[in-house]
Design a protein around this ligand. Structure first.
Ligand code: AMP
Ligand code: ZN
Length: 467
């Protein structure tokens, strides 16, 4: 039987994972703010938690747990979205609808399953208002000048997740000082909207929610006051996740909110977090458009453990593409076996994906192709429906990219073949033709000369050997 162990940010320990309720394993992950294409960094939590979701579903079957419920939100009310609407003159709803679909398409290309629920913040405004009313009634929040603020000092455990005291945080954080705040640490639950801004009627006037309250309200509505796992990037630990905990635990003291907190480390560019604000980003779509298959991007992500920072490099992508191509050709006609227990144990050990990839290399080398396929599929790789890019495995374009020398050599041999024909040295021409054919080239001779096209037997090594 598999034991899942996960590093819990809340306790700073790797702990054995047992669901609170075996009939329904529940996970919430903070999703994107929809105003622009997802950059590559935004895709990291998606892939990480997709692997966890797949692992939970796999182990749930083994252990006879019930369903796994995975919720990931879309933040579709936010000042960044308003700013984008102002810049472009477009409707907010057009921007959010378009960006949401882009996100789903791009993440689908990375082989990410859609979560079971994908709530949008604007669909949960009444639930947010109700939660805020409860917080005010219980003394955890206060309304002032059309704003509602959370009274951070009313929650004893504030800062526990990220391991800081409120006083440290006041000193270190760029907290917004505003005259209406009782304390600079207090954060916004609700704020007033003017006529040009999106807004909803509320007991505090027409306004819109602050960012943090949406996750608390949606998690409560869809998963209840206590659930199993909460995930997101470690850039969200403070203030977003601290604020979620404070709101949820104060509004629903009968519950514990999330039992396990998991945080992925950042995707970096030259040592700095990839982010829109630093401008050091490229999008998932940019990479897909450059011909890097989503499966290859996924593989590169999984090669680094989720709690380590990672860099994206073109070299890693090139290597990954070669590996996946090999594995795909080795497993094309293969039926997957059961996932071997020792490899499953690696994945279940706090998602040791680099360890699993090492095991995959070993299986490929040792000819254990049904295991290779089974484990690949568990990681969301080598799936038939993602294989279109690899079907064109031996296109001239791939050849040029991956085997420039082999291609040059084949072209050179084709020229020599034509030269031999011109000299009526048909014996030599036939010899060269055979060499090319044995290396897996289609050889076509016409009035314009000889052209070569690699076929499915293409083997650059053979060509090299015949040099
Ligand atoms: P945002 O739209 O900025 O709130 O981010 C959406 C998700 O992407 C959050 O879970 C962030 O933690 C995550 N994220 C943002 N930038 C990066 C990055 N450079 N590396 C990994 N995750 C990131
Ligand atoms: Zn959140």
């Amino acid at each position: 039987m598999t034991t899942i162990k996960l590093h819990n940010t809340r306790t700073r320990k790797k702990e054995v994972f047992e669901p609170l309720n075996k009939d329904d394993v529940r996970m919430y992950v903070c999703g994107p703010t929809v105003y622009d294409r997802a950059h590559l960094g935004n895709a990291r939590p998606v892939v990480v938690f997709d692997v966890l979701y797949r692992l939970l579903r796999h182990v749930a079957k083994e252990k006879g747990w019930g369903k796994v419920t995975y919720v990931r939100n879309f933040t579709d009310v936010d000042d960044k979205i308003n700013a984008r609407a102002d810049e472009t003159g477009r409707d907010i709803s057009d921007i959010t609808a378009e960006t949401t679909q882009w996100f789903l398409d791009d993440m689908g290309s990375l082989g990410a399953l859609e979560p079971d629920q994908m709530p949008r913040a604007t669909q949960y405004i009444p639930q947010m208002v109700a939660m805020i009313e409860k917080l005010i009634a219980d003394g955890h929040a206060y309304a002032v000048e059309g704003h509602v603020l959370f009274r951070v000092r009313s929650y004893q455990d504030y800062g526990k997740l990220s391991g800081r005291s409120v006083d440290d945080m006041v000193a270190g954080a760029r907290v917004e000082v505003a005259p209406y705040k009782e304390d600079p640490m207090d954060f916004v639950l609700w704020k007033p909207s003017d006529e040009t801004q999106p807004g909803w009627d509320s007991p505090w006037g027409r306004g819109r929610p602050g960012w943090h309250i949406e996750c608390s309200a949606m998690a409560y509505e869809l998963l209840g006051e206590s659930f199993d796992i909460h995930g997101g990037g470690n850039d969200l630990m403070f203030p977003h996740h601290e604020n979620e905990i404070a709101q949820s635990c104060c509004a629903h003291p009968e519950g514990t909110f999330a039992n396990f907190w998991l945080h992925n480390e950042m995707l970096q560019v030259e040592g700095k977090k990839m982010s829109k604000s630093l401008g050091n980003f490229f999008t998932v779509k940019d990479l897909l458009d450059q011909g890097i298959p989503g499966e290859v991007i996924r593989f590169v992500f999984l090669s680094t453990h989720y709690r380590k920072p990672m860099d994206w490099t073109a070299e890693k992508a090139r290597e990954a593409k070669k590996t996946i191509k090999n594995w795909r050709s080795q497993t094309r006609e293969v039926e997957p076996s059961e996932v071997p227990e020792d490899v499953l144990a690696l994945l279940a050990d706090d998602l040791n994906t680099p360890g699993v990839i090492t095991a995959l290399h070993r299986m490929a080398n040792e000819g254990e192709f049904s295991k290779l396929k089974a484990v690949g599929v568990l990681l969301g790789l080598l799936r038939n429906e993602m294989g279109d890019w690899a079907a064109g495995l031996h296109t001239m374009e791939d050849l040029v990219n991956d085997h420039v020398e082999a291609y040059d050599l084949a072209s050179e041999l084709a020229e020599r073949l034509d030269a031999a024909r011109a000299e009526k040295n048909y014996e030599e021409a036939d010899r060269i033709r055979k060499v090319l054919q044995e290396a897996g080239f289609e050889v076509k001779t016409s009035a314009n000369g000889t052209s070569v096209e690699p076929n499915s037997d293409f083997d650059p090594a053979k060509l090299e050997a015949l040099k």
